[in-house]
Write a protein that binds this ligand. Sequence first.
Ligand SMILES: Cc1ncc(COP(=O)(O)O)c(C=O)c1O
Length: 470
Amino acid sequence: MSGEEFRDLAARVVGLAGGLYAGLDGARAYPQASGTEVRQAFDEPLPREGLRGAAFDALEDVIRLSRLPTPRFFGYVFGSGEPVAALGDLMASVLNQNVTAWRSAPAAVSIERQVVRWIAEALGCPQLQGSLCGGGSSANLMGLAMAREALLPANESGARAGTLYCSGEVHMSIAKAVALLGLGRSSLRVVPADAQGRMSLRGLEAAIARDTAAGGSGIAVIASAGTVSTGAIDPLEEIASVCRAHKLWLHVDGAYGALGSLAQPHKFRGLERADSLSVDLHKWLYQPVDCGLLLFRDAAIARRTFAHTEDYARVIGPGPEEDFAFFEESLELSRRFRALKVWLSLRYHGLEAFRSAIGADLQHAQDLAAAIRGCPELELLAPVELSAVCFRHRGTATDRDLDRFNAALLRRLIANGEVYLSNATVAGRFALRACFVNHRTAGADVAKIVPEVLRAARSVSAGRTTNQAS
Ligand SMILES: Cc1ncc(COP(=O)(O)O)c(C=O)c1O
């Protein structure tokens, strides 16, 4: 492809992207199409001959049938996709660096190490190092692999029994990691959480004492700096002291919440004492997916865990800078140039812009909570510590199964397309959940949530046919 041709195609794509961004304010929060309609839109045989420019025609359908990053998307914990970073991703693909090691990608490795230092400093953890990865799940897996190798080395002879402690509010990726590491899910000791959803310290100490008395070996405590459902923050400082007293690794899952410390550092005291810390830049730093980050205290343990170098990849540089290899400290060998988008985005906007957007998200959550408290039909189901708000409709005289009613309400709300919420289970109850990690959201968008929930509730209880969203 000539440079000229590329420029023409790129102009087309950038034109579509510009139109998409310009239309986000008025766009539906969810596409209006069934699963069958979406499948049929792309159901075609693999072209034997290239379509050339016509291949790009279908991008309009892709956009039409996508869940767009509108200001009224409040689902899951998923960032809004910052445009400067999107351009960074385009450039990263054009450069196509393989960020294995400095010798393969000199600028990309240096930029990634710089970005990791910036984020660690911004979080108040300048002593931590690390690397970017696919997301919080990968970061949690790597953090727990390091814990296992530090406390009960397994790389040579296989995993041995050891216990890990967490609250029941921990993200599902923790149980997945423990299973993948061969420790078995039964090695995960679930410590009770208090009414705020925070790990009980007394429960933690009691569990450790019981296991120690039974002759068990401990590996790690996994603390959440922002639980996925409600945003509760475990008592990090105190848990760090327990870990030190019992020689346990402290892994903090800050995939959702840790970046909240940019706006409210007092809530995250103790974060800097983590041995490993997961952070998701594609959540609360608004970066396009994918962009996770694992920070760790001791690079030697990272190398002990992950280094296993075949001859073809052995580093042969003249000095420590040139010798540096991410693959010696991470699960991944071939790695994308994820840092480029973060680097451009931080340089373009400056850290204060991110701090202020995160502060605005925290305020949106408080505003929604206040609106819910002021609405007799609705009730909050959990305290609002960060930017997640869990609540439900109290039901109507004819709708007494509140879990079913609220699930139907959520389907209707999503199909209506004005706002997008997701769901959570809070103390066994089905909750509607709004999570603000969206730099596009303004007060007027937040103000739409309660009226839209009430509208969906009325329509469910009136028994109108539900237009199910998949
Ligand atoms: C607390 C927490 N940990 C881990 C994850 C997993 O992150 P990812 O989806 O990037 O793998 C999430 C995702 O929402 C999360 O909220």
